[in-house]
Design a protein around this ligand. Structure first.
Ligand code: AHM
Ligand code: MG
Length: 332
């Protein structure tokens, strides 16, 4: 069988794909190169003594690990020179990242989580880079934060790189979800998973059950429903890696549901952990393209109008059957 690279795939589908312009291809090419550089560093992490913490704290109040910083720097460095972006936003930066004067600008916003699941780095667990692309609506040279804060439904593309037993790229431009596997011997991502569709119903639920005491009653009912085997109900297995890209990738391929509910430890301020812009929206875009659903318990993730760059949301994402079950319980 002839093997197809990502760019070839994008160009082959040019007719159906309004995004397959030179600019978008350039953006994806730069992102792919950045991901290959990150993948190489992740693979060599143990050898290069780049593991461990720097002692600094990022805007989320968490310890920043060296590989996160490296991944963040690589993406910013390559993409700011691409000529196709008007601004960027990274989970590691407090504010919008402007394109320096000396580089030309374009019409896309790139929003990314450079290395998600970083708490797993030392244990050699799969981690990933998540990205989301929006179009600038106004024709101004200096886009404001307000222009970037668009609903997830306005994403023009989204995807992730998974640094696992092999490195993969899974992405969508709104024409289905396609997966590519990096062949390190030739340095190309080759089409391995065309038109991924999530099963309508799955056999796995995925959640950090250690937080059970901090959930509200409805959330407890939701999780209990996946353990209820009375009267012929389906049995579910529990899988939880604690690395969103890996947990999501499994959910996309095998079906079932991944959940990160709101934590009610402070009853006045119940909140999710995952970020709407960097994590929930891109995964919601992909899952819907694959025939699944993503909600915050009440509404569709892609319908939420973000109020701030680092906003957090509860997330229930996966096969339609399981996500509908969650919606029904919260509604009841
Ligand atoms: P990060 O962006 O700081 O790496 O945190 C996000 C990660 C996700 O990958 C994962 O789904 C979640 O945090 C796990 O959180 P917890 O350890 O609370 O279960
Ligand atoms: Mg993250």
């Amino acid at each position: 069988m002839r093997q197809i690279t990502v760019i070839e795939h994008l160009l082959l589908h040019q007719k159906e794909n309004p995004l397959a312009t030179g600019n978008f291809t350039r953006l994806l090419t730069e992102l792919i190169l950045a991901a290959k550089i990150i993948s190489r560093a992740v693979n060599k992490a143990g050898l290069m003594d780049v593991l461990g913490e720097t002692g600094e704290i990022n805007v989320q109040g968490e310890q920043v690990q060296k590989l996160d910083e490296f991944a963040n720097r690589v993406i910013i460095h390559r993409l700011q020179r691409s000529g196709v972006l008007c601004a960027m936003a990274s989970e590691e930066n407090a504010d919008i990242i402007e394109i320096p004067e000396k580089y030309s600008k374009g019409k896309y916003f790139l929003v990314f989580d450079p290395l998600d699941g970083s708490s797993n780095i030392d244990a050699n667990v799969s981690i990933g880079t998540i990205f989301s692309i929006y179009k600038q609506e106004k024709d101004t040279d200096y886009p404001t934060l307000g222009e970037l804060l668009q609903k997830g439904s306005q994403q023009v593309a989204a995807g992730y790189f998974l640094y696992g037993s092999s490195t993969m790229l899974v992405y969508s431009t709104g024409q289905g979800v396609h997966g590519f596997t990096l062949d390190p011997s030739v340095g190309e991502f080759l089409l391995s998973h065309p038109n991924i569709m999530i099963p309508k119903k799955g056999k796995i639920y995925s959640v950090n059950e250690g937080y059970f005491p901090f959930w509200d009653d409805k959330t407890k009912q939701v999780i209990a429903s996946f353990k209820d085997v009375s009267a012929g109900k389906s049995t579910y297995s529990l899988r939880y890696i604690g690395s969103l890209v890996a947990d999501f990738h499994r959910t996309l391929l095998y079906g079932g549901i991944f959940m990160y509910p709101k934590d009610c430890r402070d009853p006045k301020k119940p909140r999710g952990k995952l970020r709407l812009l960097y994590e929930a929206n891109p995964m919601a875009f992909l899952v819907e393209q694959a025939g699944g659903m993503a909600v915050d318990g009440e509404q569709r993730i892609l319908d939420i109008l973000p109020e701030e760059l680092h906003q957090r949301v509860p997330l229930f994402i996966g096969s339609a059957t399981e996500v509908k079950k969650v919606l029904d319980i919260y509604k009841s």
